[in-house]
Design a protein around this ligand. Structure first.
Ligand code: MG
Ligand code: ZN
Length: 359
């Protein structure tokens, strides 16, 4: 009888479509990599341009998500990231709030509640829509100072990104950086120390600001993302002990290249981000207990690769300066990765992460 029930259970689980589901295996750590505006056209462009096997080709599990917002087929990065962080479809511009503007708990906050250390790394300001949606709850993405206030009051263990001015030169004249220092953060910034010169122990939280406002594009000399990602990863790995960690790393400016309809901008940002993806995957493969998920919030630019293209001379065209509604690929590796196969809503990424982490 027991054997029969076990077999029945097996049959039922085999019939469950992967898209409903939720992971059966647990991961200790999650690294979520969001290439803003990095959908299939940008990945394809980068792959042919680089003319080698790219890190994304190493992922065995690939799925697609439907990126649309609550009331708009075309999402922005705020609604897109809130779908991942909170599991709700919301309006464009919403940061960690639902369509009714009420705050929704984020996956990062759930991890914090459980005592897992967390990290956010971006090549935009740290208060920009994508990182903000994991640690702030604000009606509008434009309210950068309100977002900074939320983030300074969050319990994110390590934050690396631009936007110093939103913390220390504010209309309300608060100095959030000294408040954070009082609350146990090691605070530093681009004008104080290079990232490589930072010394801290894991008892402290870390806030490192890479620029006063937006960090530069790679093509104009920004180069911190690979190092920042490694710093955040080793800090979290050491700090987490048995508890595991949650790390979100954004390649923010792939999107900005798309908005500018600038192929070289897209390529240089993609090339740097692709390297970071490879580094994180290398670490996760060694670790064996880490789920790595790579996706984008949306496609940007309506980019395509036209007839007449060769690898060394790609004939591209952009169809818009905005985002598009194209489905977006999701790449997964590690325990629980199988749940990311199939076609699903962007909000399902939240559900799957929650399930993999055992919430
Ligand atoms: Mg973004
Ligand atoms: Zn955009």
């Amino acid at each position: 009888m027991i054997i029969l029930l076990a077999m029945l259970g097996l049959m039922i689980s085999c019939q469950t479509p992967a898209v409903d589901g939720n992971a059966t295996s647990r991961a200790k750590n999650v690294i979520l990599l969001i290439g803003d505006g990095m959908a299939l056209p940008q990945i394809t462009l980068g792959m042919y341009h680089l003319d080698r096997m790219i890190s994304l080709e190493r992922f065995a599990v690939v799925g697609l998500h439907k990126s649309h917002a609550y009331d708009d087929l075309i999402t922005d990065s705020a609604a897109g990231a809130t779908a991942f962080s909170c599991g709700v479809k919301t309006y464009n511009g919403a940061i960690g709030v639902g369509p009714d503007t009420v705050a929704v708990k984020t996956i990062l906050e759930m991890c914090e509640d459980r005592g897992m250390p967390t990290g956010l790394v971006a090549t935009s300001t740290i208060v920009h829509a994508t990182p903000a949606s994991f640690a702030a709850h604000v009606k509008s993405r434009r309210d950068y100072e309100d977002i900074a206030l939320d983030m300074s009051d969050s319990e994110v263990d390590i934050m690396i990104g631009g936007g110093k001015k939103y913390f220390d030169r504010r209309e309300d004249e608060k100095d959030l950086l000294s408040d954070m220092q009082e609350n146990g953060y090691m605070v530093s910034h681009f004008a104080d120390k290079d990232l490589g010169e930072l010394s801290f122990d894991v008892d402290q939280n870390v806030m490192y600001l890479t620029a006063d406002s937006d960090p530069l594009p790679v093509a104009q000399g920004r180069d911190y993302l690979p190092q920042a990602s490694d710093v955040a990863l080793s800090y979290l790995a050491e700090k987490s002990g048995d508890k595991g960690f949650f790390l979100m790393i954004e390649g923010s400016q792939i999107d900005w290249g798309g908005h500018a309809n600038n192929q070289d901008y897209v390529l240089s940002e993609f090339t740097e981000y692709e390297k970071v993806i490879g580094n994180m995957l290398n670490w996760a493969e060694q670790d064996g207990e880490t789920l790595v998920v790579v996706t984008a919030d949306h496609e940007t630019g309506g980019l395509t690769i036209n007839p007449g293209s060769r690898r060394d001379s790609l004939v591209t065209a952009f169809t818009t300066g905005k985002h598009t509604a194209m489905m977006v690929p999701v790449f997964a590796h590690g325990p629980g990765a199988d749940a990311f196969a199939g076609i699903y809503e962007n909000t399902a990424i939240f559900d799957k992460l929650k399930s993999v982490l055992g919430f």
